[in-house]
Every structure is written in C-alpha cells, then in structure tokens.
Design a protein around this ligand. Structure first.
Ligand code: ATP
Ligand code: MG
Length: 419
C-alpha cells in the first residue's frame, strides 16, 4: 500500500467492478444517441458565478457543496457540481441555438463534485450521465426524456424504480403560489435556517426530509391547486404522452427538487432498495435558466442520472449485467514460441477477439495460471516442438480438451468457435 489514500468521500473504480460503470454509462447514453442527442463535453471547472446564478444562490449546492478555488491569475472557479448550467453555457457560447433547428439536443457523461457528508450513495466525487433539450417548449420533449430514462433503466434490468412527477408552474402561477406558501410557512415553528430558506425559496422547504418539518407541512397549500390553465394543459399532455408509451409514474405534489431553475415539469427516479439515498436520477424543465446566465429565452428540459447510485440499485436488485469477458483467448508461449503467439494475439485482437498473452517469461505452470485467471474460454499453447510441426495446441478451458490446430487456421477457427 502507498502512503496515500483516495480522498475522503471518493473511491476508485477498479476492474472487474469498473466494467459495471462502463455498462451503465453505455446503457443510459444508448437511447439518447438513438434519439438525436449529440455528445457534449465541458470543462471540469467553471466560473463560480455560473453555478451561483444558474443553480441558485439559496440551494444546498451553492451554499454548502461547491468546491471553489481562486487561480493564480485571480479567477474564481468551482469544480462543477452539476451539468446543466455548464452544458447550457457551452451551447450558448457556441451559438448552437442559432446554428440549426431547435431544440438543440445534447448528452454528456462525466465526473461531478460536491462537498457533502459522505455516506452510502453520497460521495464527493460522483458520476452522471445527462441529457438536455434546449430551446423548445413542447410536452413531447419532456415526455421523450422521461421515456428514454425509463428505457435506459429497463435495458439494464432495473425493475424496482419509480418515477415521481410534478409540475412547478411557471412565472405566471408560481409567484401566486409562492406567496400563499410563504404565508403558511410563516405560521410554523421552524429553525432559523429553514425560516431563511422559506424567504428565499419557500418551495424547497416542501422538500425538507426531516420528519419534524414534514409533520408541520400537513395542510400546506399545494401548487397543483394554483397551476394556471397553460401549465395545467401542458402537464396533462406530458402525463398523457408518458402513459401512452406505457411508462408508469406517480404524481408527487411535493416533488420540488433541489435546484432553483426548474419550471413546470419536474421528475425524479427513485429506487426503493437504496435506503435514504433513494434518488437515482432527476430532472425537469428549466425555461428561465438561459436568461439567468445572460442568454436569450430558451425554454429547455433535461435530466441527470447518477451512475454510482444506478450501480448500487442494480446490486440491490441482484441484477447481473451482461458484461462480455475481458479475455476470450489466452496465449501461453513456451521456448521460442513467443513471437509466433504474440503475432496470433495481435491478429485475434484485430479480428475483434479479446485476446491476451502471458508476460514475464513464465514457465508452463505460471503461464497456465495466468490463462485460468484471465477467464478465457480458450488457450493457445505452443512450444518449439509444436511450431516445428506448424501447429499450436488449442485448449478448451471449460472441458480441458486439447487438440493441435495449424497455425494458419487458428484465428479463423477461434472466430467461428466464439461467434
Ligand atoms: P440528493 O437528493 O441525493 O441530494 P440531488 O437532488 O442533489 O440528489 P441531482 O442534483 O438531481 O441530485 O443529481 C442527479 C443525480 O445525481 C441524483 O439523483 C444522484 O443519483 C446523483 N447524485 C447527486 N449527488 C450525488 C452524490 N453526492 N453522490 C452520488 N451521486 C449523487
Ligand atoms: Mg444533493
């Protein structure tokens, strides 16, 4: 062991476990790539004000969770705590919203950083795959994203997740509700921090996980009763489209999500096998965000799914992912056979067969141990005598059977056997 350890709240992804993360990222991005979403990658850090303005001054993310730093040049940066503000910033900077038709559909995958209290499912460095559809107000777009996330989870084999859905209203109806809620909250017995939150963003008090707060919220005015006709109609259309796609969801009037920029459609994917860190992903519409960061009006919708928690959810359900073996063929070279087998391994790899060879000048016993450990289905073994006869020994690692195969035939034969 070295004298260093991974920093608190972080962990390393190590084979073979790390293969699950790749599989999850592929499964989540797969449906997006088939639906017109283009890949976007933004820096790991941004101007701190992008998040302060974009995510919201009163959010936990901005007040407590950001890793901020001042560069030698005096710039104030933050490690990105989430993806949406950065992706929108990048789209605006590249004028993607002017370049072609709207919406601009983008997906991303990467690391995010939040200074949180580490616990199962909550880390300081975690990974998300996300999608954003920028510049269109259309219930079908909200529905599309929810359906694609559902599809991703189902492709992975997840079953025990639920989709929670709500509408947060828009700039017409939300202020009226906000005032009514504030009046209600004013009559409660809340701690100082929550009172302050009630002043800045009262909706987020509804999201408070503490039982003593939730108890007092019984009888609070509900946004559902305040939605304007346009928001109601919009929400009904989203619901109808998801229903028609056969995707089940639950209406959750208290779902407000932690970010300030959401409007209208909001949703969360929760998994019941994860304990208190039950949200595996979430998203919603953010019609005002572009203007908040200095852009034009661009109504948009998106989500981010947590890769770490999705892996935990798969484990909680006992789902075994269909991960192809890291090695299908393992070569064991004895005597002077190394160059020939090394050449065969290179050929196999070019032909798309996962192949590896023993390194380090091991004898038969050590090299066969490597072959076993690799999990390969077949081993090709050869020594000087085999090569003199123009053959290698092909060993079936399951049955243990072994037979000579002409060197020039072995790649084609293995391809057929493994197909
Ligand atoms: P939470 O309710 O757990 O605080 P959040 O509302 O802060 O989640 P989002 O900002 O919506 O989460 O991020 C989307 C997804 O990213 C979450 O559903 C979760 O799967 C994942 N995620 C967020 N924060 C963390 C973290 N600290 N560690 C691991 N995964 C995280
Ligand atoms: Mg959080």
């Amino acid at each position: 062991m070295s004298t260093f350890k991974a920093p608190k709240g972080t962990y390393d992804l190590i084979p073979p476990y790390s293969a699950k993360y790749l599989a999850v990222r592929d499964a989540i991005s797969g449906p997006l790539r088939l639906s017109g979403y283009g890949y976007v990658e933004t820096p790991g850090f941004e101007d701190v004000d992008l998040f302060a303005r974009g995510v919201g001054e009163s959010t936990d993310i901005v007040t407590k969770e950001m890793y901020t730093l001042t560069t030698k040049g005096g710039a104030n940066l933050a490690l990105r705590p989430e993806g949406t503000a950065s992706v929108l910033r990048a789209a605006l900077e590249a004028n993607l919203h002017k370049a072609g038709g709207l919406p601009v559909k983008l997906w991303y995958s990467g690391s995010y950083y939040r200074y949180e209290r580490p616990q199962k499912g909550r880390y300081r460095h975690f990974s998300q795959v996300g999608a954003e559809a920028i510049g269109a107000e259309d219930p079908a777009l909200d529905a599309e994203l929810i359906i694609l996330a559902d599809q991703a989870y189902r492709t992975l084999g997840l079953r025990n997740f639920r989709i929670l859905l709500n509408s947060l209203g828009d700039k017409e109806c939300r202020p009226v509700y906000r005032e009514a809620l504030q009046a209600f909250l004013g009559g409660l017995d809340l701690d100082e921090e929550t009172v302050r939150r009630a002043e800045i963003n009262p909706l987020r008090v509804l999201d408070d996980k503490r039982a003593e707060v939730q108890k007092q919220l019984v009888g609070a005015p509900m946004l559902r009763d305040y939605l304007c006709d346009a928001c109601k109609a919009y929400h009904e259309e989203v619901r109808a489209l998801i229903t028609a796609a056969g995707v089940a969801f639950e209406d959750d009037e208290k779902l407000v999500r932690g970010l300030d920029y959401y409007t209208r459609t909001t949703f969360e994917f929760v998994h019941d096998g994860l304990g208190s860190q039950s949200a595996v992903g979430g998203g919603g519409r953010y019609d005002g965000l572009s203007e908040m960061i200095g852009g034009p009006a661009l109504p948009s919708v998106g989500w981010a799914l947590g890769v770490d928690r999705t892996v935990l959810a798969l484990e909680a359900e006992g789902v075994e992912l269909d991960i192809p073996p890291a090695t299908s063929v393992f070569a064991v070279a004895l005597g002077e056979a190394k160059p020939v087998l090394f050449g065969l391994v290179t050929e196999l790899r070019k032909a798309g067969v996962a192949a590896d060879i023993s390194y380090g000048g091991k004898g038969l016993k050590g090299a066969m141990k490597d072959a076993n450990r690799s999990g390969a289905r077949f081993a090709i073994v050869a020594g000087d005598r085999d090569l003199a006869e123009g053959v290698v020994q092909l060993k079936d690692m399951e049955s243990g059977e072994q037979s000579p195969v002409t060197v020039t035939d072995v790649v084609a034969l293995l391809r057929t056997k493994l197909a």
